[in-house]
Ligand binder design. Structure first.
Ligand code: AR6
Length: 172
């Protein structure tokens, strides 16, 4: 039975086949969840990331998880919010879809996401949550390998927005 679950927690502690990193286009680390993932994975993660030559916004690249409990890290740079007329919604959807496609390719059964672009990149949480929830459900319906997707929210406010987006999606 496939499932989407919204939980509160620290994604670096999640024992999924893959966790997703809200990265930047250099893939060379940063603050927020990116910094936390690199700290927990150890320097081998940065060494592998250096070989990837960055990643365009909305696309995704995969590495091993090193010292993390997760087997893989899928790195995706979400869009920086610039007011909404710079294709931000499409690019955010692409980040979720391309991350899930990569998880399928690597036969991952469980995938954990952070709330991409809603920290330093300032994407409005209500819009980001509804884009994420829709993209994840649409993907799950036709997935062959991915069967559990977790949205790991770092704080209660973020979790409430995803729960609201999920209940709105369910009531459609
Ligand atoms: N587990 C889960 N979620 C977390 C964690 C954690 N350990 N730590 C923070 N969050 P952000 P962005 C939440 O800023 O907006 C980096 O410098 C956080 O509270 O990490 O996509 C990159 O290198 C928020 O809800 O990512 C980029 O330059 C969410 O993760 C830039 O930030 C995303 O916040 C990307 O910005």
């Amino acid at each position: 039975m496939k499932a989407f679950k919204i939980v509160r927690g620290d994604i670096t502690t999640i024992k999924a086949d893959a966790i997703v990193n809200a990265a930047n286009t250099t893939l060379l680390g940063g603050g927020g969840v990116d910094g936390a993932i690199h700290r927990a994975a150890g320097p081998e993660l940065l060494a592998e990331c250096r070989t990837l030559n960055g990643c365009p916004t909305g696309e995704a690249k995969i590495t091993k998880g090193y010292r993390l409990p997760a087997k893989f890290v899928i790195h995706t740079p979400g869009p920086v919010w610039q007011g909404g007329s710079h294709n931000e919604a499409e690019l955010l959807k692409n980040s979720y879809e391309n991350s899930l496609r990569l998880a399928e390719t690597y036969k991952c059964r469980t995938v954990a996401f952070p709330s991409i672009s809603t920290g330093v990149y300032h994407f409005p949480l209500d819009q980001a949550a509804s884009i994420a929830v829709r993209a994840i459900h649409t993907f799950l319906e036709q997935a062959d390998h991915v069967e559990l997707v977790l949205m790991v929210c770092f704080d209660d406010m973020t979790k409430r927005y995803y729960e609201k987006a999920e209940s709105e999606y369910r009531s459609l």
